[in-house]
Design a protein around this ligand. Structure first.
Ligand code: ADP
Length: 396
C-alpha cells in the first residue's frame, strides 16, 4: 500500500510517496515559489536521477497536479497510475483544542482547520488548500489530517494555562499548544521501544533541536509539558527565533526604535536566536566554525543555547518527578555531538555521563551515555513523514 505525505507551507509543498509494505520512500520532492514567479518542482525518485520542472504554479492545486504528473511520469515516475495511492496524509499545523489525534478529513475537520486560521495564520490556510487540492486531484482517496498540536493536548491545565486574565482563554483559547508534536510523539515512542521501557510509565524527555527547536516531557508517550506555546516562538533558543524573552523587551525596543508590534514579532521570529546572538548565521555548523576561530558572540550563542536546553531538562525532570531517558533529535540533535555533550555537561546531578566514542553518532539511533549512566541519553532520528504515513495507514 502506498501513501502520499504532503506538507504545505504558504508558498511551498513538500511530499513523499512511501511504500508501507517496507516503509521505503519511493519518491520525495518539493514545490517552491507557489504563487510567485519562478515556481520550481524538484522531484527525487529513489534510485533515479533528480528531476526538475520549472513551470508556473499559480496555486497549490496546480502544484498537486504537477506532483501527480511527476509521480506517474514514464521516465522519472515511480508508479503507473495515481490510483495506486491508497491515501494522503497531511501535516496540519493547528488543530486547536479539537483534536488530540489524527483524523480522516471530512467537512467538520475542514471547518475546524478553518476555525484555527487565527492560531496558525501562515500554515493552516495552506494546509487546507493542500487537502482540497488532493480531493480534487484524487476523488474518493481518503485524506488524513495529522496535527502538529495533537501531542500537546494531553497536557494538564497547570501546564498549558498562561498566567494572564482567564477571559483570554475563554474568549480566544489563548494557551500553550506546543508544536513539532508529530516528531515528539514519534521519537518518544521510538525511545520507549528502543530501551524497552514501560510503555505506560516510561519518562522521556525529547529535545528536538533543529532550525526550530522544542523540548517535551512525556510519560508513557503522553505529553506532560512542551516548550513551544500558543505559537512556535516560545521556549528554547532556535536558529532565528528568540524563544523565551521578557515581553517588556518588545515595548522597550518599540519605543526606542519606533517599531510596531508586528515588526517586533518579525524580529523575534526571523532575526533572533542563534542568528541574532552570534551575528554569524542560523546554521549551527557556521556558528561552531566561528566559535573555533575565536568569535566571542558565536561562543556565547552556543553556550546560551546549551544552557537553555539544560534548564528545561531540569524543569521537565521535576515536572515528571524523574526521567528514564533523554533523546536528542532533528538536525542538531542527531548530528551535533559537541552540542549534545555541552548540554549533558550540566546534567551530572542526574547521574548522567556521556560516552565520547558513542557520542560520535550522526543520523542514527544510538545510546550515547555510558553503561553506568543513571539516565540513558540517546541520539534518535526523527521522521515526521513516516510518522504521518503510519498514522494515515492506521486510520484507513
Ligand atoms: P528544520 O527545523 O528546518 O527541519 P533541521 O532539523 O533540518 O531543521 O536542522 C537544521 C539544523 O541542523 C541547522 O542549524 C544545521 O546547522 C544543523 N545541522 C545539520 N547537520 C549538522 C552537523 N553535522 N553538525 C551541526 N549541526 C548540524
Amino acid at each position: 500500500m502506498k501513501i502520499l505525505v504532503i506538507n504545505c507551507g504558504s508558498s511551498s509543498l513538500k511530499y513523499q510517496l512511501i511504500d508501507m509494505e517496507n516503509e521505503s520512500v519511493l519518491a520525495k520532492g518539493l514545490c517552491e515559489r507557489i504563487g510567485i514567479d519562478g515556481s520550481l518542482l524538484t522531484h527525487k525518485p529513489a534510485g533515479k536521477d533528480k528531476y526538475e520542472v520549472v513551470s508556473p504554479m499559480p496555486d497549490h492545486k496546480v502544484a498537486v497536479q504537477m506532483v501527480m504528473d511527476a509521480l506517474v511520469d514514464p521516465v522519472h515516475g515511480v508508479i503507473k497510475d495515481t490510483s495506486e495511492i491508497a491515501a494522503v496524509g497531511h501535516r496540519v499545523l493547528h488543530g486547536g483544542q479539537y483534536y488530540s489525534d489524527s483524523i480522516i478529513v471530512n467537512d467538520d475537520v475542514k471547518r475546524v482547520i478553518r476555525d484555527c486560521f487565527d492560531l496558525g495564520p501562515l500554515h493552516n490556510p495552506a494546509n487546507l488548500i493542500g487537502i482540497e487540492a488532493c480531493e480534487a486531484a484524487m476523488p474518493g482517496v481518503p485524506n488524513v489530517a495529522v496535527f502538529d498540536t495533537a501531542f500537546g493536548q494531553s497536557m494538564e491545565e497547570k501546564a498549558y494555562m498562561y498566567a494572564i486574565p482567564y477571559e483570554y482563554y475563554e474568549k480566544y483559547k489563548i494557551r500553550r499548544y506546543g508544536f513539532h508534536g508529530t516528531s515528539h510523539r514519534f521519537v518518544s515512542g521510538e525511545v520507549l521501544k528502543y530501551l524497552n521501557l514501560d510503555p505506560e510509565k516510561g519518562k522521556v524527555i525529547v529535545c528536538h533541536l533543529g532550525n526550530g527547536a522544542s523540548i517535551s516531557a512525556s510519560i508513557g508517550g503522553k505529553c506532560v509539558d512542551t516548550s513551544m506555546g500558543l505559537t512556535p516562538l516560545e521556549g528554547l533558543i532556535m536558529g532565528t527565533r528568540s524563544g523565551d524573552v521578557d515581553p517588556a523587551v518588545l515595548q522597550f525596543i518599540c519605543n526606542k526604535e519606533g517599531k510596531d508590534i508586528n515588526e517586533m514579532l518579525n524580529i523575534l521570529n526571523k532575526k533572533s536566536g542563534i542568528l541574532g546572538m552570534s551575528g554569524v548565521s542560523s546554521d549551527f555548523r557556521d556558528v561552531h566554525k566561528a566559535r573555533n576561530e575565536g568569535n566571542h558572540q558565536a561562543d556565547v550563542a552556543l553556550q546560551a543555547f546549551a544552557y537553555r536546553v539544560a534548564k528545561y531538562i531540569g524543569a521537565y525532570t521535576a515536572a515528571m518527578n524523574g526521567v528514564d531517558a533523554i533523546a536528542f533529535t532533528a538536525g542538531v540533535g542527531e548530528n551535533d555531538g559537541e552540542m549534545r555533550k555541552e548540554i549533558c555537561n550540566y546534567l551530572g546531578y542526574l547521574g548522567i555521563a556521556i560516552d565520547d566514542e558513542a557520542n560520535k553518532a550522526q543520523g542514527e539511533a544510538a545510546v550515547i551515555s555510558t553503561a553506568d549512566s543513571k539516565v540513558k541519553v540517546l541520539a534518535m532520528p526523527t521522521n515526521e513523514e513516516l510518522a504521518i504515513a503510519r498514522e494515515t495507514l492506521t486510520l484507513i
